[in-house]
Design a protein around this ligand. Structure first.
Ligand code: HEM
Length: 453
């Protein structure tokens, strides 16, 4: 296999691994916070339904964590095997957050284990809830540290390259690079948003399938409220991400917006097609690109014609950007209307079509996560380390990457199907009605035994 082929297969394998891993990683970051909030509401309101929500979500969460760990390990391994030249350089500068990510994960895993095995062991439920704090923190900090590594790839700093030698290495300067604040914030908040809407979709689906249980209604109400808060947060931070790009990676923003000429009063182009440099059939929002880039409707936005041709990212990222933003805005509207509808007692929010819309929100936000990552990664092309190392320079020359690709694709298929089957069985075999009845019986038994003594 020639170098071109090994670069090609390395890229496909990395894309496949990341695209698969990100689904489980996103759930892994967001769901612990949802569990914590549900249990906290349950304790505060003395409402067993919310406590049960926390219990059931925690059980499902364990399965997704397991898949996240396997695929996360695959990424670590593939980084070294497929991109050895990148790891040799970057490893010396940015290894610190990579290690810290592992520690954050251990922190999370240890407390998750204790949390799961100590249900009903505490007389004071608040102490049990406290165990979730390190779980949620560990999960979010895993995302923070690993996103810092990705931010470094977009805005490398904290070292000098003299005759190919790395000197003056400053790991903390490398970590606190200009891409870090917006990337970290956007990744964490969109993980919370996605987890809220996936859990909302499950609750809405149960209601559509005939359950009229108040447990699912409470689950829907809580998750839609959280979804609304986090989706508004995602859009606000997304706006800051746009401003970061305009300043530090203008080619990524210009490619997403098919913005060729550097000019002021730049409009935002939604959808459409590209014919050479002519943009057709788009929805044009006047001044919006200048506002997204610089908070000023007249500000100048750098166009693609100012860059060498071989440093312009693929222009299909326009569709990825549009997909992400469209879903973000749609979910603000769906959850905002739900929240308003609850207050105004609008009946349509309980209608079947509206519930189906909420069900669709689960997979749609996962698509937004995928689109966001593909946009961020493809938009960095041709660089693996911006302005320093191009992707082909970083890749392995091994002749066996294609075999690895087939093997890993099979593994992900087994893990994907396996995790869905296990999760479905887990909840089907223990429906909420039965779990509530069992818990009531346990409480009665406990009271009776207490009375006998
Ligand atoms: C609603 C308005 C939104 C705006 C204006 C926005 C903007 C952006 C921008 C400019 C980037 C590129 C950042 C970079 O490369 O440094 C980005 C990346 C990303 N977006 Fe969004 N986004 C929005 C909504 C969403 C939603 C709803 C999701 C998912 C639920 C999402 C998920 C992501 C992800 C995972 C990335 C890659 C990580 C990163 O680079 O920050 N975004 N977004």
């Amino acid at each position: 296999m020639g170098n071109e082929e090994s670069v090609f297969f390395s890229r496909v394998l990395t894309e496949l691994t990341l695209s698969f891993h990100i689904i489980y990683a996103t759930i892994g970051v967001g769901v612990p916070l949802m569990i914590m909030i549900a249990q906290w509401v349950g304790i505060k309101k003395n409402d067993e339904h919310y406590i049960l929500l926390a219990r059931r979500w925690a059980r499902g969460f364990v399965i997704t964590v397991a898949v996240g760990v396997v695929t996360g390990t695959a990424i670590g391994m593939q980084l070294s095997l497929l991109w050895p030249n990148f790891m040799e350089l970057a490893g010396q500068v940015i290894a610190l957050p990579l290690f810290m990510e592992t520690f954050a994960f251990f922190f999370e895993a240890i407390f998750l284990g204790i949390y799961l095995y100590t249900w009903d062991r505490f007389d004071n439920q608040k102490k049990h809830l406290l165990l979730l704090v390190p779980v949620a923190l560990g999960a979010s900090f895993s995302a923070v540290f690993i996103t810092i590594v990705n931010a470094f790839m977009n805005a490398p700093q904290g070292f000098d390259l003299v005759d190919g030698e790395l000197v003056n290495i400053q790991p903390l300067v490398a970590m606190f690079n200009p891409a870090m604040p917006t990337k970290v914030a956007h990744v964490v908040i969109t993980a919370y948003m996605t987890s809220a809407f996936i859990l909302a979709a499950i609750a809405a689906f149960r209601l559509l399938k005939g359950s009229d249980h108040v447990y699912h209604k409470k689950a829907l109400f809580l998750t839609m409220k959280l979804g609304l808060i986090f989706s508004i947060g995602a859009a606000i931070i997304g706006d800051f991400s746009g401003k970061y790009l305009a300043e530090y990676q203008p080619e990524k923003l210009a490619a997403a917006e098919w913005h060729f000429e550097t000019e002021g009063e730049a409009p935002l182009m939604l959808y459409g097609i590209l014919d050479g440099q002519e943009v057709k059939y788009t929805i044009t929002i006047p001044y919006a690109l200048s506002i997204l880039a610089h908070s000023d409707p007249t500000a100048e936005v750098i166009g693609l014609n100012d860059f060498p041709e071989d440093e312009i990212p693929p222009l299909y990222i326009h569709y990825l950007f549009d997909t992400m933003v469209t879903i973000g805005v749609l979910m603000i509207m769906v959850s905002g209307l739900y929240w308003l509808g609850r207050h105004m007692r609008w009946r349509f929010i309980h209608s079947r079509w509206y519930r189906w819309l909420i069900v669709a929100g689960g997979p749609l936000t996962v698509i937004a996560i995928e689109a966001g990552w593909w946009y961020a990664e493809v938009g960095r092309q041709p660089w693996i380390l911006r302005d320093i190392m191009k992707v082909p320079e970083a890749a392995t020359t091994s002749g066996h990457v294609d075999t690895m690709l087939y093997l890993f694709a099979t593994l992900y298929l087994i893990l994907g199907v396996g995790s869905v089957v296990v999760l479905r069985r887990m909840f089907r075999n223990n429906p909420i009605e039965r779990e509530i009845a069992d818990r009531e019986a346990e409480v009665r038994e406990g009271t009776r035994k207490g009375g006998d003594h």
